[in-house]
Design a protein around this ligand. Sequence first.
Ligand code: GUN
Length: 320
Amino acid sequence: MSQSSASPAAHDQIIRPSGAGAMLIDGRAAADRILQRVGTEAAALSAATGFRPGLAVVLVGENPASEVYVKSKGRAASACGFHSLQHTLSGATSEAELLDVVGRLNADASIHGILVQLPLPGPIDALKVIEAVAPDKDVDGFHPVNAGRLVVGDVGRALVPCTPAGALVLLKQTATALGVRLAGCEAVVVGRSNIVGKPMAQLLLAENCTVTIAHSRTRDLPVVVRRADIVVAAVGRPQMVRGDWLKPGAIVIDVGINRIAPSDAGKARLVGDVEFETALARAGAITPVPGGVGPMTIAMLMANTLTAACRAGGRPPPEF
Ligand code: GUN
């Protein structure tokens, strides 16, 4: 791990001695700061242009987890002073009907951001729906045009997927707090989804990290993780990344949110993709679950909506 101060063998450096206990990365506080800023900037945009950022969220079917997420997104949009719209469609909605709703939102000048909550019911082709969203309103950053902009380094025009964008904010703030330069760091992303793993790898590459994407077929994952100064775990498997795999002092960003049943009659609990207790003793810094990356996803969705609205109004968006 390289540190800001001149130091020999920078990339072998340990940012905190093993056993000292990891710094906890507070995602709720960071998300609150971003939401405050989005609210202030949205008010300034309205004062200057006469329009409010508009976010439309589309929910299809009755997935209880999706219902909770969509409600939180609408609440956050209203709290930021946005024009907030929700389309709730039955689980029997056809692909053509959904594409029609998306088409109308694309044409609606009061809407700057469109999010179709995933997963979609089985018969609907999610990729087709993602591709139907106008790239400049694609606040999820899932459209191939936005994925491509990220890959070619056209970040000034891209909308970046919210979870990796939030993870990067936490990583940068942690690196600054610890006096670590990201450039040259070994980063291992565990997970290769289009939503998190692949865009996360691109963002780390843009920070000049040396990036490895590991996944379910990676041979000897503990050895791969062991060389990482930065570990981003996004596999969706509870506590899969063991604490004793980590390089002492590594920065660990845990994107996983897994609900696990209790062994006794107690309540279910949320755990990440990293075995937290053992990682805490070994890492330099780590995001908790809950309270780490989770709150950042919604905050970055609001930031993306503000960005899309600023661009639509011909104004430079703030940086987060
Ligand atoms: N389902 C789970 N996470 C997400 C997300 O970030 N965006 C959308 N559209 N659906 C999701």
